[in-house]
Design a protein around this ligand. Sequence first.
Ligand SMILES: *[C@@H]1O[C@H](CO)[C@@H](O)[C@H](O)[C@H]1NC(C)=O
Ligand SMILES: *[C@@H]1O[C@H](CO)[C@@H](O)[C@H](O)[C@H]1NC(C)=O
Ligand SMILES: *[C@@H]1O[C@H](CO)[C@@H](O)[C@H](O)[C@H]1NC(C)=O
Ligand SMILES: *[C@@H]1O[C@H](CO)[C@@H](O)[C@H](O)[C@H]1NC(C)=O
Ligand SMILES: *[C@@H]1O[C@H](CO)[C@@H](O)[C@H](O)[C@H]1NC(C)=O
Length: 440
Amino acid sequence: MGPSASLSLVAMFHLVRSKDLYEMETEYSKNMPPGKDVDVSLSLHINRISGVDESKEEIALDVFLHVYWEDPRIRILDNTSQVELTWDKDPRFWIPDLYIRQLREMKVLTLFQDIASIRLYNNSTLRISIGATIIIKCDMDFVLYPLDVQTCAVDFGSYKYTMMDMKFRWREDPLSFPSDFGDGFRLPRYVVSFVTDNRSNVIYYGDGNHSTARLVITLSRELRSHLLESYLPSTLFVIMSWGSFVVMPEVVPGRMVLLVTTLLSLVTMFDTIRNNSPSALELKCIEVWLISCTLFVFLALVEYFVVLFGMRYDKHWRHKKGDLDRGLGGVDSGPSRPGAFNVPTLFGTNKVHAASDNNTVVVADNANVTAKAQCPSSSAAGKLRFQLLTKHVILYCGSQRGTLDQVSLALFPLCFVVFSVVYWISYIGESRRKSLSANV
Ligand SMILES: *[C@@H]1O[C@H](CO)[C@@H](O)[C@H](O)[C@H]1NC(C)=O
Ligand SMILES: *[C@@H]1O[C@H](CO)[C@@H](O)[C@H](O)[C@H]1NC(C)=O
Ligand SMILES: *[C@@H]1O[C@H](CO)[C@@H](O)[C@H](O)[C@H]1NC(C)=O
Ligand SMILES: *[C@@H]1O[C@H](CO)[C@@H](O)[C@H](O)[C@H]1NC(C)=O
Ligand SMILES: *[C@@H]1O[C@H](CO)[C@@H](O)[C@H](O)[C@H]1NC(C)=O
């Protein structure tokens, strides 16, 4: 029996008067929907967000939910525009079996009685309105923290009736908020905004498709506070560590203290931020940043170790060279021996030596090397070449003119800038892509 048919039959049936406010058809059964294709419309007044639980992935909302539908089998008797009907747990009317798929818990607010009402309008429209705290389960992914945008769909539909029998939709003005709402609820960690999806959504529960009205809750973060609290200090620490490149390598405590305190501060910061941020399966965006910052400082420390080692080796070498100078001052037959033929060419590449030390040093070193290379063969020459090369590198690093420090002073900031650009471009792109795909 369609709605129009039942309307026309009203006159023929005996009508049941109830408290002189409304009348129902005698055939009325609260187990029967008013007809085929019942149109249920919803609106929501969101009073406040009581909380977002990141570990449980839940959002708690205080809402007034209004559900409207038309039941032509009930009519108002008086020419009043609306009557309030009594609400109880077992209402005398057919009411839609609203089912919210993501609902974890719903508590109807109660003071003297439940904050709920059933209202009948003079055009046979019924409205249920309840004030409730609802807890919504929302799938959250924190890999992009703090650039993450969480979107949660909340589906209002029917469990019993398929889309053939019942259609759910939002009313014209579906969402209302307190007057001080602005563009979103501003929680300490999130800005929460709501959008209704006015497309007709369909959900499959196992038997038939069910029409649903979908609400999309978007949780986004205020990035500015994270930039100031986490990114800025860690960047400053990294920049501070570059200061070690301009400190004389001989000032061991000064340079060491600078680097080690910076490193420790970053490690502590990493720990604090990791404890205060939601947990994710993979490494979070901010963790990648902090680990990289720690690595940058660590590499600066390693650079200093290399410089120290070079200096020490340098000193040792000079000392030995002095000995050799004294002991082997006159011996200069080495380079003329056929087995040690490669040695002078190797020293030809040693620009540091050529530039810094005078001839006697080179001669002395040649003598030193040739003294070591007693059994010259091709593999031994290769080994010798390698030894000399490492020596050369170490001396170059530790050289008192601080060549390695100079290179690092340019290289570290360059690498850091390149890293930052790559980091921000990739993560912001990822974040954009995720929020776009969630909205489609
Ligand atoms: C109902 O309608 C009649 C006539 O239309 C009018 O006289 C009467 O005042 C109305 N009653 C109420 C309660 O509005
Ligand atoms: C319902 O009430 C409103 C306001 O009193 C009135 O304008 C409207 O004509 C009424 N509709 C019906 C169907 O009685
Ligand atoms: C019935 O009246 C109510 C209240 O005036 C209104 O919100 C609703 O849209 C009306 N329904 C129809 C089918 O006219
Ligand atoms: C949904 O609402 C938007 C704006 O409110 C409107 O432009 C769009 O046409 C609507 N879509 C449907 C399917 O009604
Ligand atoms: C439900 O909807 C989907 C897509 O809209 C369709 O492929 C499927 O056949 C429908 N199932 C039933 C039982 O109507």
